[in-house]
Design a protein around this ligand. Structure first.
Ligand SMILES: Cc1cc2nc3c(=O)[nH]c(=O)nc-3n(C[C@H](O)[C@H](O)[C@H](O)COP(=O)(O)OP(=O)(O)OC[C@H]3O[C@@H](n4cnc5c(N)ncnc54)[C@H](O)[C@@H]3O)c2cc1C
Length: 384
């Protein structure tokens, strides 16, 4: 006989770990299917609402013990286009915050989430994959990569861009791949960033240094794959490109870890929950890392899922279907507006079309000079 759980969370990335902890804390017997994976070398700028949620959900304790505060944001138009935008600078104190958020190493954050999971009686974690699943009248029967079977009422897909839960639930997806990829790595700067996340906007994508404490920075460089691969092949070429693309503002720039490349795409779904299944994180949405929105949105998914579970009646027949529908409704507007915002921002940067450049330049002028608009933009960027 297959063991029966209320919920299965599929995927061992950050949203999967957060969802598994939140489901078990809501009092549901939860099985977390989390295959072993190579270390996640990315870093995540998480805004204050995400940090507040992680603390409230007891996923982390003090952010200062894990990350570095992001006190200001500087955007520099590094294109040589006819219409160039002004340099735009946001300081958190202008908006009555000590910081906009915190920059965390994904691996470190994942370990903190694992510690939160360790003490939970209602949570069982299996280091295997979901192979197939079938839905009966009330239960999903899952066949796992280790040859065992379990049955669950609600399926949570945190299984990334190629989600199999999405397919099983019959959720429609739209994905568009970009010619650009993102190169990440840790750097040592001769002159420190002083808590300021600095974005240089180039015609092929943004080039960003995110504060990682003292003279350290995390690089997110978006460019054509061929350019990134050429820079990766030779450490001297890479160091020279880093100094030049950062306009020599930070002196010598030295890579201190190997670099990693991530292909970029946008992905959206017609609905994030149906047929007793819900999607969180990149199973439901993906876009280029511009404006630091991906994991912030993924954590808002988990927060909404926790709210839907708290409102559910686990004694009622079909509660998993009701949770999936309620979750799908509650996520719809946030997923649409965030997706449209990031996509438009990214495309306006890449666009060689003069009217698009004019809109972007005008927008950045307005953001530089109109206080009410600055406040609105920051609130939006922080997911409020
Ligand atoms: C370069 C870069 C920089 C970024 N910076 C930021 C940032 O500053 N701020 C921010 O908010 N976001 C940022 N993001 C986005 C953020 O990293 C992602 O949104 C987030 O990591 C996605 O997590 P996830 O758990 O949803 O997906 P993933 O990390 O992709 O995890 C999915 C997991 O599912 C597992 N899986 C797949 N199939 C199965 C199966 N059949 N059975 C079991 N498990 C399965 C996989 O093994 C994987 O572990 C960045 C992204 C990139 C590429």
């Amino acid at each position: 006989m297959a063991e029966v759980f209320d919920i299965a969370v599929i995927g061992g990335g950050l949203t999967g770990k957060a969802a598994a902890v939140s489901a078990a804390r809501a009092g549901f017997s939860t099985i977390h299917i989390a295959p072993a994976a190579p270390p996640d070398r990315r870093t995540s700028a998480l805004m204050l609402p995400s940090v507040d949620f992680m603390r409230k959900a007891e996923l982390i304790d003090e952010p200062a013990a894990l990350g570095v505060p992001l006190e200001s944001i500087r955007i520099i138009d590094a294109t040589d286009r006819f219409l160039r935008a002004p340099e735009t600078f946001f300081k958190s104190s202008e908006f009555d915050h000590e910081a906009f958020g915190w920059n965390f190493g994904n691996e470190r954050l994942g370990k903190a989430f694992e510690s939160a999971a360790a003490g939970l009686d209602d949570l069982t974690t299996l280091q295997t994959t979901l192979a197939t699943a079938e839905r009966g009248e009330e239960l999903w029967t899952l066949s796992l990569g280790d040859g065992t079977q379990v049955q669950v009422r609600l399926l949570v897909g945190a299984d990334g861009k190629a989600s199999s839960v999405r397919k099983l639930a019959g959720i429609e997806v739209r994905e568009r791949r970009f010619a650009q990829s993102a190169l990440v790595g840790d750097l040592e700067l001769e002159r420190p960033l002083e808590g300021c996340s600095t974005e240089f906007h180039y015609p092929d994508g943004p080039f960003t240094f995110v504060p990682a404490g003292g003279h350290k920075a995390n690089l997110v460089w978006i460019d054509k794959m061929s350019v990134l691969e050429a820079a990766r092949r030779d450490p001297e070429t890479l160091a020279a490109a880093l100094a030049e693309k950062s306009m020599h503002l930070f002196g010598r720039v030295t890579p201190v870890t190997p670099t990693f490349v991530f292909p970029l795409s946008t992905l959206s779904v017609d609905v994030a929950g149906k047929n007793a299944a819900v999607l969180v994180g990149e199973a439901a949405h993906a876009f280029p890392p511009i404006g630091a929105q991906g994991l912030n949105l993924g954590l808002r998914d988990v927060e909404d899922l926790a709210a839907c579970l708290a409102a559910a009646n686990p004694g009622a027949w079909g509660w998993a279907d009701s949770v999936a529908r309620a979750y799908g409704r509650s996520r719809a507007s946030d997923l649409t507006r965030t997706g449209v915002f990031v996509d438009s921002l990214f495309r306006s940067l890449l666009s060689g079309w003069l009217p698009a450049q004019a809109l972007r330049t005008g927008g950045l002028w307005a953001l530089k000079t109109i206080p009410a608009l600055r406040r609105r933009a920051i609130a939006f960027g922080m997911g409020r």
